[in-house]
Design a protein around this ligand. Sequence first.
Ligand SMILES: NC(=O)c1ccc[n+]([C@@H]2O[C@H](COP(=O)([O-])OP(=O)(O)OC[C@H]3O[C@@H](n4cnc5c(N)ncnc54)[C@H](OP(=O)(O)O)[C@@H]3O)[C@@H](O)[C@H]2O)c1
Length: 286
Amino acid sequence: MDSIIKSIVITGASSGIGLSTCELFLQHGYLVFGSVRKNSDASKLKKMFGENFVPLIFDVKDRKNINDSVQIVKDHIGANNLTALINNAGTAILGPLEFLEPIEFHKQLETNLIGVFNCVQAFLPLLGSTSTKQTLKKGRIINISSALGGKIGYPFYGAYCSSKHALEGFSEALRRELTGHKIAVSIIAPGAIQTPIWDKAETSSLKNKYLGTIYQSAYEKMIVDMKKLGVNGLKPEIVSAKIFRAVEAKNPKIRYTFISEFTLNLLYFAPRRLIDKLVMRYLGLT
Ligand SMILES: NC(=O)c1ccc[n+]([C@@H]2O[C@H](COP(=O)([O-])OP(=O)(O)OC[C@H]3O[C@@H](n4cnc5c(N)ncnc54)[C@H](OP(=O)(O)O)[C@@H]3O)[C@@H](O)[C@H]2O)c1
C-alpha cells in the first residue's frame, strides 16, 4: 500500500500569510509546495525550510507555468491526493475608481480572482476530482478573501473590494459545485494583518495622479490609515492557524474570520445609507 503523504499547495509563499502558513504546515509534517515568482525567493525558501518544502515558480496569471507546476506536484505525491490548495497570492491596488487606469483594474482582478480560477482548474485533478479510488481522502480548497474587502465597499479600495467580493461569489458557487466530488471549499477572511501587502500597495498605486482632484485629502487620509494596518494588525501566524484548522477539521466551516460576529453583522447588515454617511464623514468625502 502507498504511504499517505499529507501535502498542500499554497500560492504567494514569499512573504506574509503565505510564508507563515508554509512554516506551520511543515512543523506538522506536511509536504509543502509554495509558489513564488522569483528564483531568488525559491532558493531562499528552500534553504530556510529544507527537504519537505518544494518551491513552485509561477505567476497566478500564467496558466502554462501553473500547469508545469501541477506536474511537479504530481511527481512528488504519486498516487496520493493533494490535501489542500490554498489560494493566498494577492495584491492590493488602490485609487479612486474614476481615475484608476484600466490596466491597474484588470491586473487586480487577474491576480486576486482569475489567478484563483486558474489554480483551481489546474489543481482540481490532484485534489481528487478525477480520482476513482474511493479509499483516498479528497482534497480541500481554501480561498483567502478579506473580512471587510469581501463584503463591504470602501472608498479607494474599489478594485481590491471588487476582486474579493467576486472571490466570495466564486467560492460559494464552487463550494456547491464541488460537493459532488466531496471537495470542500472554505473562505478565510482576515481583517488587518501585519504583512508587507499594504506597503506594496502604497508603492504600486499612482497616488500622485490624485493630487488636485476632489479625492486628494480623503485619499491621503486613507493611505495613512492603510499604513497602520500593516503595523497594528494581527500577526500572520493567527491566520495560518485558522488555515490549518480549515484543512484539518472534520467538517470545515464555510467562512472563517477574525472579527467578532457582532461587529461583522453590524457592518454587513446596518443600513447602507448610514454606513455611507459614516464613511464619508470619516474620510471627509463630501
Ligand atoms: N494583510 C492583510 O491585512 C490582509 C487582509 C485581508 C486579506 N489579505 C489577503 O491575504 C493574502 C496574502 O497577502 P499578505 O497580506 O500575506 O501579503 P504579502 O505578504 O504581500 O503576500 C502576497 C503574496 O502574493 C504573491 N503574489 C502577488 N501577486 C502575485 C501573482 N500575480 N502571482 C503569484 N503570486 C503573487 C506575492 O509574491 P511576490 O513576493 O512575488 O510579490 C506574495 O508572496 C492576499 O490574498 C490578501 O488579499 C491580507
